[in-house]
Design a binder for this molecule. Structure first.
Ligand code: SF4
Length: 180
């Protein structure tokens, strides 16, 4: 990545709570500085609906829980030169992977029957196709950088992005830890 060129960036959340994206938005006024150096070409926080074919930096929040998550992770890997696994759900499975000890019928019943008072019952359409087990992103595609934290702080995200913009490889391991 050259130091002077504006880089392109894409983000998506898979099975996550969006908290990692909220942490990105917590960059606050630093977002203005970032916008001078980075084009966000695809993200839940912009309007673009299609991931371009050639993106410099891809950032994925959340674990891989569904067929759709799997397809998005693969698409990001194919189209992004540098892929970041952002947050503990992406890095380890974290909260979403807590369902792995239950079978899928138990998971659906818990969500749509046992904990629902008004009209309990499993929907017959628009249900996501769940994978049998929830896995972190690097279990399905290669990842270039892991950024721990639930969520990683805005300062951590700023550090990672500014290092990349400067043409350096960030090492967030000294300023992050699982769960914080
Ligand atoms: S790592 Fe934490 S903040 Fe990020 S998606 Fe998972 S639960 Fe949410």
């Amino acid at each position: 990545m050259s130091e002077s060129a504006k880089i392109t960036m894409a983000t998506a959340w898979l099975d996550g709570c969006s908290g990692c994206h909220m942490s990105f938005l917590d960059l606050d006024q630093r977002l203005i500085e970032l916008a001078e150096k980075v084009d966000i070409v695809y993200s839940p926080i912009v309007d673009t609906k299609e991931l371009p074919g050639d993106v410099d930096v891809g950032i994925l929040e959340g674990a891989v829980s569904t067929e759709e998550n799997l397809q998005v992770a693969k698409m990001f890997r194919e189209r992004c030169k540098y892929l970041i696994s952002l947050g503990d759900c992406a890095v380890s499975g974290n909260v979403p992977s807590m369902r792995n000890t239950f079978d899928l019928d138990e998971v659906f019943d818990r969500a749509f029957v046992e904990t629902v008072q008004a009209q309990p019952g499993r929907p017959t359409e628009s249900l996501p196709t769940l994978l049998r087990t929830v896995v972190p992103i690097h279990h399905v595609v290669n990842v270039d950088l892991f950024v721990q934290g639930c969520p990683p702080s805005a300062d951590t995200i700023w550090y990672v992005l500014t290092e990349l913009i400067a043409g350096r490889t960030p090492d967030p391991t000294q300023i992050t830890r699982f769960g914080a």
